[in-house]
Design a binder for this molecule. Structure first.
Ligand SMILES: *Cc1c(COP(=O)(O)O)cnc(C)c1O
Length: 406
């Protein structure tokens, strides 16, 4: 017999997972039972400031009232139709998302990896039908240290051995160049190239911000060479960096934009490929699809997310509080921090390896009531909800400083 929820301790629940749950994650030993805004509470009622925000899936915080209300209203009316029929929520979602991003058309999907897969299919189809690449010869150029998801095709062009090893054979058709290196990109692009697929800021790699001019350089190069610029903004987009999209910092407009994570408001998985009409227009009935993509619940929540972003409030908060984050981290350089990269409310912090691994520091922060996640080695990633207050952010930075001095 399994005890009802709410009667088992954190330790008991962690132990219970071990034999029945695939071991593809190594979570911190905290069992979250409820949450609101920037705060989560564990089974025993301990409270933690969430400085990860579901890898940016929770940009608007936990259970933002406008998003919860939109979800409740939709749950009471209609949740799923499949795309065999139209539903009365999808048109508005697509119209408003296209308007928000300045592009023309939307292909609704569910997870980020699906948006990436869909973007790859669209780019290849465009290459054959519009660019005239010979059948099955299309290439896509990607960056080393990328993170675009976990499907077999996506891990085919990962450079992270942990993500790849044991999962071959891999999908061909990808060329990997160093990130932030326009000369290497130029050398890799040829007449077979359908697209250059990049994260405008590499999140999983440790919030790696490219040099000023890189993204405009990618835009100029892809236009000149006649291939698409596909920007994966699944983590960097939707307010995180202080703009709606990270590419806006350089006014580099991609041909294809991949969105996910925060698009679902932390409630349901919602992703999308957003593109110009001459690109996404290559798809015809039957060539691609998803049972759940564009479902009315997802569309209602996604529309409410777009509505929040239309106010500009979250982008403004990320920019203003991003300065607080940057200043706070700069003060810690030399006192446990060896370096950091930040844009908006998003930072990769390299802690002195002598102090501990990223995981060990994350564990100590957890014990002090702050939830973060390590990336590689001794790097931790900070990505609080964009609803965080200056006081909460300053207190988190103070705790980080204290933990690093211990
Ligand atoms: C998280 C992420 C993905 C994959 O999204 P899932 O919803 O986990 O499939 C793809 N690209 C980037 C940049 C991401 O951060």
């Amino acid at each position: 017999m399994t005890a009802p929820a709410g009667t088992r301790s954190s330790a008991d629940l962690i132990r219970a997972e071990e034999p029945v749950l695939a071991h593809n994650y190594h979570p911190l030993p905290v069992v979250v039972a409820r949450a609101e805004g920037t705060w989560v509470e564990d089974v025993e009622g301990r409270r933690y400031l969430d400085m990860l925000a579901g890898y940016s899936a929770l940009n608007f915080g936990h259970r933002h009232p406008a998003l919860i209300e939109a979800a409740h209203r939709q749950l009471d009316r209609l949740t799923l139709t499949s795309r065999a029929f139209h539903n009365d929520r999808l048109a508005e979602f697509a119209e408003r998302l296209a308007a928000l991003t300045g592009l023309d058309m939307v292909l609704p999907m569910n997870t980020g990896a699906e948006a990436v897969e869909s973007g790859i299919k669209v780019a290849r189809k465009w290459a054959y039908e519009v660019k005239g690449v010979p059948a099955d010869r299309a290439t896509i150029v990607v960056a080393a240290d990328n993170f675009h998801g976990r499907t077999t095709t996506i891990v085919s062009f990962s450079t992270d051995e942990t993500a790849r090893a044991g999962f071959g054979p891999f999908t061909p058709g990808f060329r990997i160049v160093p990130y932030n290196d326009l000369a290497a990109l130029e050398a890799a692009v040829d007449e077979t190239t359908a697209a250059v697929l990049l994260e405008p800021i590499q999140g999983e790699a440790g919030v790696v911000v490219p040099d000023d001019g890189y993204l405009t350089g990618v835009r100029e190069l892809t236009r000149r060479k006649g291939c698409l610029f596909v920007a994966d903004e699944i983590q960097s987009g939707l307010g995180r960096t202080g703009r709606t999209l990270a590419v806006e910092h350089e006014a580099a407009v991609p041909d294809v934009l991949l969105l996910g994570k925060a698009l679902g408001g932390g409630i349901v998985p919602v992703s999308a490929v957003v593109a110009r009409r001459d690109v996404l227009g290559v798809l015809r009935p039957g060539e691609h699809g998803s049972t759940f993509g564009g479902n009315p619940l997802a569309a209602a929540v996604g529309t409410a997310v777009v509505e929040l972003l239309e106010t500009g409030e979250f982008q403004r908060r990320a920019a203003e509080l991003g300065a607080v984050l940057r200043d706070g981290l700069a003060d810690l350089v030399g006192s446990g921090v060896v370096g950091f990269r930040a844009r908006g409310l998003w930072a990769g912090v390299d802690v002195d390896p002598a102090i501990g691994t990223g995981r060990e520091v994350s564990r100590r922060l957890m014990d002090e009531g702050i939830l973060v996640k390590d990336t590689h080695g001794s790097t931790i990633r900070l990505a609080p909800p964009l609803t965080i207050t200056a006081a909460e952010l300053e207190s988190a930075l103070a705790v980080l400083g204290r933990v690093l001095r211990q």
